[in-house]
Design a protein around this ligand. Structure first.
Ligand code: HPA
Length: 247
């Protein structure tokens, strides 16, 4: 079996309504349970799988997602291309709420997560090249699809992956900005690195839910605002994926 695309949905994206003829599959993995069933179906007649990263009821916080099981399961179903959809906070001035960004770099601040398939006993030790953490071809295809579908996206940006589940302090975001981060999210890593270890083409669609702490003019970040903005930004994902598959 092969898949044209697998999608890992983040906060606010728990189902993929554009999927037709769906079969929900529970996949056993050497790393334990996935976040939930993998929903396999078709978009425009092409085989696509969808997995809700936090579970369909958002029961898993970012640090408890079994990233290894998820990526392994998608590969075992025949995925060669994976798109991670991630809710983020915006740091850079052109990445305000509701922006859609296709980042091109990552700085990883997470800790205590299984970051590699090499952690398993007897596993081959691989030192993957991660200079460019996202697949150039898949990024280019996404940008071309956005162009074709007239969806405004920001090309490039550095994703700072924080541990969560709390949001960051202003000082932490100021540090991320000094480090060169343009966006901040809690789930971009280790997912991208694990995909690279399995030789999957992986790219990220980052949906800006809020200004990161201290970046907007609000004293506090409200969850209502996060979810309202995500509803708006998430609407771009199905047409973007459809245009990608049509190319
Ligand atoms: N920080 C980290 N992760 C996020 C944020 C944020 O401000 N907004 C949405 N996901």
């Amino acid at each position: 079996m092969s898949l044209d695309l697998a999608i890992v949905g983040g906060t606010g994206l728990y189902q993929f309504p554009a999927l037709e003829n769906v079969v929900r599959r529970s996949i056993e993995t050497p790393y334990g349970a996935t976040s939930g069933p993998v929903v396999c179906g078709e978009v425009q007649g092409r085989p696509v799988a969808f997995l809700a990263r936090h579970g369909e009821g958002h029961s898993l916080p970012p640090h408890r997602v079994n990233y290894r099981a998820n990526i392994w399961a998608l590969q075992s179903l025949g995925a060669r291309r994976v798109i991670g959809v991630n809710a983020v906070g915006g740091i850079r001035a052109d990445m305000g709420p509701c922006a859609v960004v296709i980042p091109d770099q990552i700085i990883d601040y997470t800790h205590g997560r299984y970051t590699s398939f090499c952690d398993a006993d007897g596993a081959e030790v691989r030192h993957i090249d991660f200079s460019e953490p996202y697949a150039a071809t898949l990024r280019a295809d996404l940008l071309a699809a956005a162009d074709k579908a007239s969806i405004v996206v920001v090309d490039g940006g550095c994703y700072g992956a924080t541990q969560g589940p709390r949001l960051e302090t202003r000082a932490e975001i100021a540090r991320l900005r000094r480090d060169g981060c343009d966006l901040v999210g809690m789930t971009g890593m280790p997912e991208a690195a694990l995909a690279r270890e399995l030789d999957l083409d992986y790219a990220c669609i980052a949906l800006v839910a809020n200004w990161a702490a201290g970046c907007g003019d609000q004293a506090e970040i409200s969850l209502e605002e996060i979810f309202a903005n995500l509803r708006t930004a998430t609407a771009a994902v199905p047409p973007l994926v459809q245009a990608l598959l049509a190319n």
